[in-house]
Design a protein around this ligand. Structure first.
Ligand code: PEP
Ligand code: CO
Length: 441
């Protein structure tokens, strides 16, 4: 690729970047990260790309899920296992109902930078820079906490490394081994109204497995392991640039900070820094689409020029009220280019609301509604919905309303932990997978 290098985005207008005061410290941090070993390999990245290509044609299904914003404080075994468990369980339900192989991608091990609608925040007459994620600053409303600190770039990378290291160890150790359905039980939500439905799925999978193994007379390999990939919004471009390198025996540049970075809905300008950065990397990439004025044809010209299978995922997030009007136009615009993309629905980010008391929330019914409409619209237009992108938490937080337990606004205060957007809790996540699975199956 001509005229591209990991830093060429710096010549473009680039939104949502922190303003660092100490540029020497910024350079030093980027330099440190650029010399550390990568978090993922180009082999894994290429394997994921192949699988995403299969999802685009309906042979697989992508589940991309995790926190809205990871916190440094959440780099703890309980949180990581909780996130891995809810993702694996949702994928199990989806595999069972869709009969498509799942691709599991976490919003994890690097989801530390956030776009914000305003550069600063005013409380009681005091104005400070906005919180932009733990990769940039601290949420505490104090001047010293809010000033962007380049050391956090290194700290974020280190925590990402610890997170992915633990995930790899869990998976290698049999955390997701289907021979042991007891690992797959619902734990503390066993009294959930939907627990028996889930339990029946796990039992039927375990039963089929025993049957197959009896027939074959041996243990079926590859059932004790699942594949798991990482993703985050490629927002903070100094961070992304630092781990972008060439690897032996391959052509081009790889962003080795995760397998699957995506461009957020606020940074899709065709001539902006983010699109410039992403056009030069070989990873499969996602682009969030939430407004109607995105120039799809130009965007695909720049980011998906060769129509490489699996390269391009469009994650639409219009909201339940707009999806019926907007999604057909998006599908048409893509179909007009003749290029193949993987369509994924993010039913979270178009459905964020504030309660009267100012708490950010989302309703389970809106989330399910946008997903159901999307499935329907793709079907009608001979297109394929190949995945879902959701914000979930493995604990029973109270951030989204609704679900089988009927959480209402008055219950939101009980365990509201997210620093940015509200996530589905453990029970709501499994319930969503059950309901969406039925619709897709
Ligand atoms: C997000 O994924 O947390 C996010 C900010 O989404 P979007 O770019 O779609 O608004
Ligand atoms: Co979010």
């Amino acid at each position: 690729m001509t005229n591209w290098k990991p830093t060429s985005w710096q010549d473009r207008p680039t939104d949502h970047q922190p303003v660092y005061v100490d540029l020497k410290a910024l350079d030093a941090a980027v330099d440190t990260v650029s010399q550390l070993p990568p978090l993922v390999s180009s082999w894994e990245i290429e394997a994921l790309k192949t699988q995403l290509g299969e999802a685009a044609s309906g042979k697989r299904f992508l589940l991309q899920a995790g926190d809205c914003a990871e916190r440094f404080a959440d780099c703890r075994p309980e949180h990581i296992t909780g996130q891995l468990k809810v993702l694996l369980q949702m994928s199990l339900v989806l595999v069972h109902s869709t009969k498509r192989r799942a691709i599991r991608v976490g919003r994890i091990a690097g989801q530390y930078a956030k776009p914000r609608s305003s550069n600063d925040e005013t409380v009681d007459g005091v104005t400070l820079p906005s919180y932009r994620g733990d990769l940039v600053n601290d949420i505490a409303f104090e001047e010293s906490a809010r000033i962007p600190n380049p050391d956090r770039i290194v700290q974020g990378f280190e925590r990402s490394a610890m997170t992915i290291n633990f995930i790899r160890a869990l998976i290698d150790g049999g955390f997701a081994d289907l021979h042991h359905p007891e690992y797959w039980d619902l734990g503390f939500v066993e009294h959930s109204p939907r627990a028996s439905e889930y339990q029946a799925i796990v039992e039927s999978i375990a039963e089929s497995l025993r049957f197959m193994e009896t027939l074959a007379g041996e243990s079926i390999g590859a059932i004790d392991r699942v594949e798991f990939f990482t993703s985050h919004e490629g927002l903070h471009l100094h961070y992304e640039q630092a781990q972008t390198r060439q690897v032996p025996r391959r052509v081009g540049w790889y962003n080795l900070s995760c397998h699957f970075p995506w461009i957020g809905a606020r940074t899709v300008a065709v001539d902006g820094g983010h699109v410039e950065f992403f056009r030069g990397i070989q990873n499969p990439i996602g682009v969030k689409i939430g407004t109607h004025d995105v120039e799809i044809e130009k965007l695909l010209d720049v980011l998906h020029p060769d129509n490489e299978l699996g390269r391009m995922t469009l994650i639409h997030r219009y909201g339940v009220d707009r999806v019926t009007d907007e999604l057909p136009k998006l599908i048409e615009a893509v179909q007009a280019t003749g290029k193949q993309v993987l369509f994924v629905c993010d039913p979270m980010h178009g459905n964020t609301k504030k309660t009267e008391s100012g708490i950010k929330t989302r309703s389970f019914d809106d989330i399910l509604g946008e997903l159901e409409s999307s499935i329907e619209i793709h079907k009608q237009m001979h297109s394929t919905l190949g995945g879902v992108h959701v914000e979930v938490c493995g604990q029973n937080v109270t951030e989204c309303t609704g679900g089988a337990r009927g959480l209402d606004e008055s219950g939101l205060g009980d365990l509201y932990e997210t620093l940015v957007d509200p996530r589905l809790n453990y029970e709501q996540s499994i319930e969503l997978a059950l309901l969406v699975g039925q619709k897709l199956g």
